[in-house]
Write a protein that binds this ligand. Structure first.
Ligand code: GUN
Length: 284
């Protein structure tokens, strides 16, 4: 029988644990969230992150700037947050407007406050398997979920579909550091199915609705769906679906994440854990 990996349940247990620990502290962990522009999806994600941070007892600073903020002004905002001892964690919601050099902005964040684990120092340490301050929230969330359900990755064939800096690349490195044999597929991979058919675990982060089909995976594979795609049924309503064909994969997989309530809440859990870890690091 296929087991649904319940990201909502697992994340709630993580939230409860953090909340209890934070309640004992006199000085609270503080997360600064920067949003530039009015991308509707980014606005929703940022609101979810801040609501959860406050619920756990964190302090949250909400910094919103118009689309036309200059790169220099944004860099100054980050520099001030780096120098502000009361701020433990800095998150710049991506994507940024095209006028701004994203790499430069990420590099401006102090690695010890880089809650997304996107800074080259943290990515570099992850790559050489030398304890980055934190690892990217979705990658951490996926590993936490696999760990909760006792799904061992050592020696397993894992295919990661997608090579973004946000998910695909960090999750692939993290799994490799846990001794999985990892293949990364992407938009230029010639025959993705050839790879996925050999996978014990597939992590799908390609950003295409229902991309991973039943005929692309082997029996009893573990399916991790990172996608959040909005399908407009008509002008008045929409549904959310992942990057995998959940309904048809359900009878074939051994474990599978639903969308919503799978990887999504685990990403938020990863962010809250990272914020708390950075706080502890800065306060011994
Ligand atoms: N945009 C989409 N996912 C993420 C994320 O995990 N962190 C940030 N900063 N931006 C994102």
């Amino acid at each position: 029988m296929t087991k649904i990996l319940d990201g909502k349940k697992v994340s709630e247990q993580i939230f409860e644990k953090i909340k209890k620990e934070v309640a004992k502290l006199s000085k609270k962990p503080k997360l600064a969230v920067i949003l530039v522009g009015d991308n509707p999806a980014s606005q929703i994600y940022v609101n979810i992150k801040q609501k959860r941070a406050i619920e756990l007892g964190f302090d949250s600073v909400d910094l919103k700037y118009p689309e036309n903020i200059t790169e220099q002004d944004l860099l100054t905002v980050i520099e001030n947050l780096n120098n502000d001892k009361s701020v433990n964690a800095i998150l710049v919601q991506l994507p940024l407007p095209k006028t701004i050099n994203t790499a430069k902005v990420i590099e401006a964040i102090a690695p010890q406050k880089d809650v997304d684990g996107f800074h080259p120092e943290n990515i570099g340490k992850l790559t050489v398997n030398q304890n980055p301050y934190v690892v990217a929230c979705t990658a951490r969330g996926i590993l936490e979920l696999l760990n909760y359900y006792n799904i061992n990755v050592e020696g397993k064939n894992v295919v990661v579909i997608g090579r973004s800096n946000i998910v695909g690349t960090p999750v692939a490195r993290l799994l490799q550091n846990k001794n999985a044999t990892v293949t990364v597929c992407h938009s230029k991979t010639v025959n993705i199915k050839e790879h996925t058919l050999n996978a014990d675990i597939v992590v799908c982060a390609i950003g295409q609705p229902k991309f991973l089909k039943e005929d692309m995976v082997k029996e009893r594979a573990v399916i991790i769906d990172v996608g959040i795609n909005r399908i407009d049924d008509n002008k008045a309503s929409y549904t959310i679906c992942g990057d995998t064909d959940f309904e048809n994969l359900l009878s074939k997989a051994s474990y599978i994440t639903p969308v919503p309530k799978g990887v999504g809440p685990m990403t938020i859990a990863g962010l809250m854990q990272n914020t708390f870890d950075l706080y502890k690091l800065q306060n011994n």
